[in-house]
Design a protein around this ligand. Structure first.
Ligand code: NAD
Length: 373
């Protein structure tokens, strides 16, 4: 069994899907590793580190010729897909919820595609494969740092000879994996933190971190949907939520949004009206920003300042900015997914296995799998 990893080419990507310590782990499971020269450089892993760990550092052509499975942080672009030999397995964040054409192209090309975004995260057997959890934790941590960096004052209360500075008031919208890390990090920096999530279960988690839960005066007691995720709110509920959040937001200096609903356009939590209500110098970090829009109306990937002096940072790629650790965690997740599919020394699908049914979206699809959106 040979596993290959390329240098990720997308502009914002500094992570790599295989780190040297995971090479050692995979070798113990009988997997030989090929890595493209320079693939780990942006995450501070050198070719020499990989060689020492027992991987072969080669060029992309050698990987394409010899690997049985390929691992990606994101997914191979169309040109690379065309060069992958049929029968190869591809493991990555394939965008299967939103890009059916791409998955169909993989299927036609004859590769077996394993979509990480479809991992049944609630299963205990899936915990160590959960890239969404590992990367969202990194993202939430970094979001608080990015916000603090862009904010023109202190986060903690500071008493100086010239007077006392009040602590920053931070609001986190979406208190899942990323949001909880953002709460913890903002609190460690000394801010006064409030958070909100539509899932009723999140109140206890927010409060256990010493943050306040934002009272919107709305009843979303059915806010939790399938698999422990938030359900999409109805348009009416969404309008009520937006009006309430917009009003409350005015009292905060920093707002970090992390709210997503898997496979759907992120819900708008803070409208343009809410942004207008923020004071000059306020900072908004929208971790859900995407080409489809984000949690903040008018946010886009990158940084801009509104006429009212509010800095809006659309930041979906923050995990990539903590690339050494993010790569290491992600690499563990990808390796555990790979090992899950190795049966008697070869890659195989078990049609009765829940993980296999959920994640295989092209190629060897189990009959019960690929629940399309
Ligand atoms: P995510 O990244 O999909 O969403 C982030 C957060 O946004 C979630 O907490 C969600 O409830 C919230 N959100 C969505 N729509 C919202 C809205 N309109 N208003 C306010 N908040 C909204 O999710 P995630 O952070 O990866 O995980 C979500 C939950 O799933 C967490 O509670 C997590 O603990 C749980 N989870 C469970 C397992 C498991 O069972 N093993 C594994 C992973 C995650």
């Amino acid at each position: 069994m040979t596993f290959g990893v390329f240098n990720e080419t997308s502009e914002h990507e500094s992570r790599v899907a295989l780190t040297p310590d995971i090479v050692t782990r995979l070798r113990k499971s009988g997997v030989a590793c090929l890595i493209e020269s320079g693939a780990g450089e942006a995450s501070d892993y050198t070719d020499e580190d990989y060689t020492k760990a027992g991987a072969q550092v080669v060029d992309a052509d050698r990987i394409l010729a010899r690997a049985d499975a390929l691992g990606f942080v994101e997914r191979p672009d169309d040109q690379l897909v065309a060069r992958i030999k049929p029968g190869t397995w591809v493991i990555g964040m394939l965008g299967s919820f939103t890009d059916a054409d791409y998955i169909e192209a993989l299927d036609k090309h004859g590769v077996t595609a394993v979509a990480i975004e479809r991992l049944p995260r609630q299963l205990s057997a899936a915990q160590s494969m959960d890239e969404m959890t590992s990367q969202n934790s990194v993202m939430g941590y970094k979001a608080a740092l990015v916000a603090a960096n862009a904010y023109g004052s202190f986060l903690p209360m500071m008493t100086t000879a010239a007077g006392t500075i009040r602590p920053a008031k931070v609001l986190i919208l979406g208190a899942g994996i990323a949001g909880l890390q953002a709460i913890g990090t903002a609190k460690r920096l000394g801010a006064v933190v409030t958070a909100y999530d539509v899932r009723p279960a999140s109140r206890g988690e927010v409060e256990s971190l010493g943050a306040k839960f934002l009272e919107l005066g709305l009843d979303f007691s059915q806010g939790q949907g399938e698999g422990g995720y938030a359900r999409a709110l109805t348009p009416e509920e969404q309008a009520q939520q937006q009006a309430a959040v917009d009003e409350k937001a005015a009292g905060f200096d920093i707002i970090i949004t992390t709210a997503k609903v898997p496979g759907r356009k992120p819900p708008v939590l803070l409208t343009a009206r809410g942004v207008e209500g923020l004071h000059r110098g306020a900072v908004v970090v929208d971790c859900a920003a995407s080409e489809l829009g984000g949690n903040v109306e008018g946010s886009a990937i990158g940084t801009h300042t509104t006429k009212g002096g509010v800095t809006i940072i659309g930041a979906p790629y923050l995990a990539s900015e903590v690339s050494t650790t993010a790569s290491n965690l992600l690499s563990r997740n990808v390796a555990d997914i790979l090992v899950h599919f190795i049966k008697d020394g070869a890659l195989a699908v078990d049609p009765s296995d829940e993980i296999d049914q959920a994640m295989i979206v092209a190629g060897n699809k189990p009959a019960a799998g690929t629940k399309g959106e």
